[in-house]
Each structure stands twice: as C-alpha cells, then as structure tokens.
Design a protein around this ligand. Structure first.
Ligand SMILES: Cc1ncc(COP(=O)(O)O)c(C=O)c1O
Length: 472
C-alpha cells in the first residue's frame, strides 16, 4: 500500500492555514438520521426544505438568517435587558452602535428586516411609482408591490450570468437607471433600492465607485437612495479586497463610507449583526424619521423597542461591534470560500465568483435535462437532504413567484440552490461533509427527475409550497 503524506488544508491550497478567531464554549448536539428516515421526512414536508422539522436536519444550511452563534459577550448582554416599555437603555446602546458604525442619524428598531421594509415602503412609495433596484429580493419586492410600487431590475446584465467573473456583479447599471428616469421622469421614481451584496445574484457585492455614481445621479434628479444593509459588512470585505484604494482601510471605515452615500437603510439584523432576531431602519432626514417613528407604533411597537425585547437590542448593539472586526469577516467569508473552492475544483457548477454568505449551486447546469417548470433547484435541495440530511434552499422559479398582472410564473435566469453558511456555527469538517454530499448528488444527477407543485400559497410561495416527484 502506498503512503501519501497527509496535508493540512492550507498546504493543499498552497497557502498558510488560518483558523477561526473564536473558540467553542458550548455545543449543541446534532441528530443523525438514516436515509429511510429522511425519505419519510421529505415526503411529509412536501419536498420543501422549509417544511422539514429542524430535528430531522443534520447540517442546516437553509439560511444565514437568525442562525448565527452569539458570543459570550452578547449572551452576557442579554442579562442586561432593560424591559421597560419606553426608553429602554438598550435602545440607546443600539442607537449609539448604529450611529458609530453605520453613521445614520435616526433609527427605528423593528422585529426583523421585513418589518423595516414594510415601514419604508409604506412611507416612501406612492401608488404607481417605480422602484429600481439591483435585482429583487423576495420580501423587499413584495412590500414595495403591496405599497403600490412597481419594481424594476436595473442590476448589471452580468449579475444574471452565473459564470461571469465580474468582481462587482451587484452593481446597478447606471445607464439602465438613467434610461428609466428619462422615460418615466424623476417624480415617478419612489427611490433607488440598493442592496449590499445581492442575495439572489449569489451574494455579489456593490462597489464604492457604483454607490458614488448613484449618489451623484440621485442628487441630480432629487431622488432618494436607500440601502438594504442586511449584508453590507460582507460587502465591505469585497471592497477591501477588490477595489483600488481600499486594501488598507478597515471594514468599519469602508462600511461607514459606503453608508454615507445613502439617505438611509433597512436591515435584517439576523444576518451581519449576529443576532437571532431583530431589524432596524435608519435615516438621516428628520421629517422622514418622524413619519417612520409614528408608523412603527402601529405595526411593530413603540419606537424605542419596535417589536424587540430590550435584551435583543443589547445583543444587537454588541453584535454590530463584533461584526465589523476584520478578523471576523475574513474568517466568515473564508469559510464560505473554502467550500466554494472544493466544489469548483471538482467541476461542480456554482455561481462565480463565490459571494459572501453562501454557495449557490447552478441547478440549470446541474440538471440540464430538467425544464425550469420542473423545479430543478427545488429538486436539488430535496436530493441533497435525502443524501446526507443537509438542508439547503431553492432560489429559482419557486422563489420568484408569479407576475401579479399576468398570473404567469416569473422565469428567473438564475435557477439556484443555496447552501447558506450560518456565522460562527459550523467547522471545516462540516464543510467537507457538505462538499462530499454535493458531489454524491452531482454524480447521480442523470437519474434524477423533477417535481411538480401541488400546493401554492398566494404570498412568498416558496416558504410553504408543496411538491410531488415527477415519475420517470
Ligand atoms: C437581502 C435581504 N433583505 C431583506 C431580508 C428580510 O429580512 P427578514 O428575514 O429579517 O425579514 C432578507 C432576509 O433573508 C435578505 O436576505
């Protein structure tokens, strides 16, 4: 038998190894299941990974939303919750953290991101106005539409190409935006909706040059520019890495500079901010703030808690400071990249370049024999779960929903299955298990059949839809 010298991961990739800037103090045990158990669980869940019980899941890569591991300091902060109905001291800590790191003047807490999206959409959109954005996000677009807005995708064309290596595929195509303004008139534009690292495009970043250009264009036409800051810290990492002049700036400096070009932001704090629940809305304009502060009372709670417990706001304030540490974000994105490098090396089709929070398997190329209406990405999520108990999520035709006017499905160019990596939760060994399972499903792809949807809810159907296997 030949003996090969074992190699560390760094050696295999021709670099020095790095490790996470934290150690583990408490563990949560995972349940392992058999293939038969998983098959049964999958059928009961209507082949929708959102409907699985988490007890039946081994490695949970459904989402990075609210799934982060909090630090010992955040947990200690939870004990300092001031649960006063009004004026909780934790609100003021949160406000100070947001002013310090994001730089906005006024803030309103919300229970999570979509609470914030709801409020800003209700206040900033008049019926029939257009809301141009860098690709849609499910809840964001729905709230814009419910407020009477018409979403228009003005992202670079390259963002729809999973193989394009453009370093800032999240950028808005300024020419597309200018053309929309010229066609409809500035008064018909509610605001520009800019997301930092575009989730549906594969976690692709926006450059500082792009936000500067957008600021200038918006100023010229008197249009507001609002930011979905959900993964803006991750976006800052890509600017530091890829954009000229930013290599020596800290993540905190880049984040604040970027936000400084926008008029305000909404946030799902369940991502970058390292908490299990929470969101916020921040603006610089006092009149706008007054309206938001008033509306939050109707839908979320008083403006100093917005649907959150005091302890949750404290954990968020601490999480914000931790999230902008360079060592944290380097290891967070490094782990995602590690998984991406393995899969790329094995010839498995994924969205390139690897983004900030997830690996997006390109289900169209994975299953070229399936039509989009046979839900290739949903099929892939089901097959992965069956193989190993890994839970992923569909980001394709099921997530895209239907055109409210025609009733037909939207047929997005990207048909993706997302392996989303929670922050500070899994180890490199977990990533190895995931990579090998994807490879096993890939090797068996030729025999895989698609799905049909047998139950379709009206709103955000991907959360609760049910499917059946198509028989060969
Ligand atoms: C880019 C983006 N915006 C907004 C949201 C909505 O936030 P939440 O899930 O906290 O309501 C999400 C959640 O996944 C998101 O990824």
């Amino acid at each position: 038998m030949t003996h090969e010298t074992p190699k560390t991961m760094g050696q295999q990739f021709g670099r020095r190894s790095w490790a996470e800037p934290w150690k583990i103090k408490m563990v949560e045990r995972l349940r392992m299941t058999t293939r038969e158990e998983r098959d049964k669980a999958l059928i009961e869940a209507g082949l929708n990974t959102f409907l699985l019980k988490s007890d039946d899941v081994y490695i949970d890569l459904l989402t990075d939303s609210g799934t982060s591991a909090m630090s010992d300091e955040q947990w200690a902060g939870m004990m300092l919750g001031d649960e006063a109905y009004a004026g909780s001291r934790n609100f003021y800590h949160l406000e100070a953290a947001l002013q310090k790191y994001y730089g906005y003047k006024y803030i309103v807490p919300t229970h999570q991101g979509r609470g914030a999206e709801h409020l800003i959409s209700q206040i900033a959109i008049k019926k029939g106005q257009f809301v141009p954005g860098n690709m849609y996000f499910t809840t964001t677009r729905l709230h814009q539409e419910l407020a009477g807005g018409i979403f228009v995708d003005v992202i670079l064309d390259k963002a729809h190409d999973p193989n394009s290596l453009h370093p800032f595929k999240g950028n808005i195509d300024v020419a597309k935006l200018e053309a929309l303004i010229a066609r409809e008139g500035a008064s018909k534009i509610a605001y520009v909706s800019l997301a930092g690292t575009v989730n549906m495009a594969g976690g692709q970043p926006v450059s500082m040059a792009n936000v500067k250009e957008l600021r200038a264009l918006c100023d010229k036409h008197g249009i507001k520019l609002y930011l979905d800051a959900t993964r803006m810290v991750e976006n800052a990492f890509f600017i530091q890495e890829r954009e000229e002049g930013y290599a020596k700036k800290t993540i905190a400096e880049i984040l604040k500079e970027f936000c400084g070009f926008t008029d305000g932001a909404w946030m799902s704090a369940k991502k970058d901010n390292l908490v299990n629940i929470g969101g916020w809305l921040a603006v610089n304009d006092w009149t706008m703030f007054e309206e938001l502060r008033n509306l939050v009372v109707v839908y979320e709670g008083l403006h100093t808690y917005g649907g959150l417990a005091g302890r949750d706001m404290e954990a968020m304030a601490i999480g914000i400071a931790e999230s902008v540490e360079d060592a944290h974000i380097k290891s967070r994105i490094g782990q995602v990249r590690y998984l991406g490098d393995l899969l790329t090396d094995w010839g498995i089709p994924i969205v390139q370049p690897v983004g900030g929070h997830a690996i997006f398997l390109n289900a169209r190329e994975f299953y070229p024999h399936l039509k989009q209406i046979e839900f290739p990405a949903q099929t892939l999520a089901a097959e992965l779960y069956l193989d190993s108990g890994i839970r992923s999520m569909e980001r394709g035709i099921a997530s895209a929903g239907r055109d409210a006017k025609t009733g037909d499905h939207y047929y997005p160019k990207l048909e993706l299955t997302r392996l989303t990596i929670p922050r500070r939760v899994y180890t490199q060994a977990h990533m190895d298990v995931v990579a090998e399972s994807v490879k096993a499903v890939f090797d068996a792809r030729g025999a895989t059949r698609g799905l049909k949807m047998i139950y379709e809810p009206k709103y955000l159907r991907f959360f609760q839809a049910r499917f059946e296997r198509l028989i060969a």
